[in-house]
Design a protein. Structure first.
Length: 203
């Protein structure tokens, strides 16, 4: 009887281990996919002009808003430009924005100063909205789309131009313009790892 109980216990433990293996493999596979997505993301500046779905745009925005923010204030707002005429106007006014290069849309991550931390810590909104923008870029890449971060803030002339063109209230500060679309180019992946930039414990 004792031998049977021991055998039964061994079989149950082996079964448990076997059941865990697929989960461990799936976890590793997911981990590899995340790292690969980060390492292979590139800036795409030319687009085919093909439309993307509202569901895809919604997923990009959900990814952006999953970013961390100081004291969880989430001091962001997002302007989604899908109107071709408005995209053309942005591209003409701000040629570097790539809005004239046939993106499906442009997303403008903004800081909402009404949600920012009060006082001298208020400038943390730039960090927060930057984190949201990087999430957006990574999500676009994972979805097979192309995107590029084109700067506005802290160039107040550029930011003010966009504020005026889009009728933004004073407390909404555009950080950047991110044109998004189906890529019409395949830029080479760059290895940006530089060991000399790393310091442990002290400089």
């Amino acid at each position: 009887m004792k031998k049977l109980l021991t055998l039964a216990l061994a079989v149950s433990m082996l079964a448990a281990c076997n059941n865990k293996q697929p989960n461990a493999m799936n976890s590793r596979s997911s981990e590899d996919a995340v790292i690969e997505n980060i390492m292979t993301r590139v800036s795409v500046r030319q687009f085919t002009g093909a439309k993307i779905s509202n569901e895809q745009i919604d997923m990009l925005l959900r990814a952006a808003m999953a970013a961390p923010s100081a004291i969880n204030r989430q001091p962001w707002a997002f302007i989604v430009i899908t109107d071709n005429e408005l995209l053309a106007q942005l591209g003409e006014a701000l040629p570097y924005s790539r809005c004239s290069n046939n993106p499906a849309c442009a997303i403008i991550p903004c800081g909402d100063l009404s949600k920012a931390i009060e006082g001298e810590m208020g400038a943390f909104w730039v960090n927060d909205v930057s984190a949201a923008t990087e999430n957006l870029l990574l999500a676009a890449h994972a979805m097979g789309l192309g995107a590029v971060w084109t700067g506005l803030h802290p160039d107040m002339n550029r930011a003010a131009m966009v504020q005026q063109m889009l009728g933004l209230p004073e407390h909404i500060i555009p950080l950047c313009i991110v044109p998004v679309g189906v890529p019409a180019e395949q830029p080479a992946v760059k290895d940006k790892y530089v060991p000399e930039n790393i310091h442990y414990n002290r400089w």
